[in-house]
Design a protein around this ligand. Structure first.
Ligand code: NAD
Length: 350
């Protein structure tokens, strides 16, 4: 029970706190980027960072991203994130998670935490023994459970908005959609696309997932390195970041990109490169907000109607982004970022 919190200075961020508990072997960073729109919310990631500087780079980048994602989804929440420094398979213990819960509690509700890479709902349940501000729990009256089906539903709705923009109809019958990654989100998205009549092309490194999609969804299976050699209408990246880069964008045959993966653009200028090729890109942090919407419903103690309403809101904002991008000759990412920055400055002024 030797929790020690140290405030670190990070210009442009409200708080960056190092939380250490030697008995529980905890070293964690909690970053609050902005609470202009409400208490900060964002997951806790456990990762074996090579250095503290690397962990700080990651947690600050992720916390800022949550400000944008939460603002765009209209959740009444600011942006934050935390990282526990260590190997999730080797180092994680219930005592460590409880100590992390005490650190979150010490911030008195300015930051809500949930699962991210390396942290499961079971781990969060240990943290929740020590804090009211741990969410993404499996049980309880408002426990939101697995966010992935909501992420998939949000991506699917936005993809239909994108299709309506590109082809004048959101009917997906016969559209060739390539889903890269058949994990929690990708498989659920592929099922929805199949039900909507799309013609699926899929890839993954997991053979069992591919076989499932082939037999159950009639998907055409391709090797992971063949993605950009395919003819397709829509590309749905649901595996890795940085898949849209200087090498792949010139090869991409899709007219629409909409998928769940975080940080799809290797560099910001890829947004212009896609636009120059006439490819409509739906910003990842906007279309993949279904998971945090599900978590927000737990924070606000709301139910399914809240989640569906927020997903409708996102789909409406995607339509606006596409319209404005065409009218103003800007990229969708530029429009999205400007929309958020305006929300933040209005909230600060108020
Ligand atoms: P997941 O780990 O369940 O699935 C990822 C899938 O990608 C796995 O099936 C994996 O085998 C596959 N994969 C790995 N390398 C690959 C490669 N080179 N080519 C093709 N496939 C490959 O993850 P998830 O929860 O489905 O999330 C998918 C993406 O969406 C991630 O980028 C994640 O950060 C993002 N995301 C997820 C959520 C959510 O609610 N789960 C929310 C927002 C964003």
């Amino acid at each position: 029970m030797t929790l020690k919190l140290t405030e670190l200075q990070q210009p442009g961020y409200e708080r960056l706190v190092l939380a250490e508990d030697a008995d529980a072997r905890l070293r964690a960073l909690i970053c609050i980027h902005s609470t202009a729109l409400g208490p900060a919310a964002g997951g806790c990631r456990m990762w074996a960072y090579g250095s503290d500087a690397e962990a700080i780079r990651d947690v600050t980048r992720l916390a800022r991203g949550m400000t944008y994602k939460n603002a765009m989804a209209d959740l009444g929440l600011g942006g934050g994130k935390s990282v526990i420094i260590g190997d999730a398979r080797r180092d994680k213990t219930p005592a460590m998670m409880r100590a992390f819960g005490r650190a979150v509690q010490a911030l008195e509700g300015r930051y809500y935490t949930a699962e991210d890479v390396g942290i499961s709902p079971e781990d969060m349940a240990y943290a929740a023994e020590e804090t009211r501000f741990a969410v993404g729990l499996a049980g309880g009256d408002h426990g939101s459970g697995d966010p992935s089906p909501w992420t998939a539903e949000g991506v699917f709705r936005c993809l239909k908005v994108g299709a309506a923009h590109v082809w004048g109809s959101d009917d997906l019958t016969g559209r060739r959609v390539l889903v890269q990654g058949l994990g929690h989100v990708g498989l659920s998205l592929a099922e929805k696309l199949h039900d909507a009549g799309a013609s699926l092309i899929v890839t993954d490194i997991n053979q069992a997932a591919l076989e499932d999609a082939r037999t159950r969804l009639g998907a055409q299976v391709i090797a992971p390195d063949q993605v950009f050699a395919q003819q397709m209408d829509i590309f749905a990246p649901c595996a890795l970041g940085a898949v849209l880069n200087a090498e792949t964008v010139p090869q991409l045959t899709a007219r629409l990109v909409c998928g769940a993966a975080n940080n799809q653009l290797a560099t910001p200028d890829m947004a212009q490169a896609l636009q120059a090729r006439g490819i409509a890109y739906l910003p990842d942090y906007v279309v993949n907000a279904g998971g945090i919407i599900s978590v927000a419903s737990e924070i606000h103690r709301r139910g399914e109607a809240y989640r569906r309403g927020r997903l409708d809101g996102i789909a409406g904002r995607v339509a606006e982004m596409l319209r404005r991008a065409d009218a103003e000759g800007q990229t969708t990412t530029g429009i999205a970022d400007a929309m958020v920055e305006r929300m933040l400055s209005e909230a600060k002024a108020a």
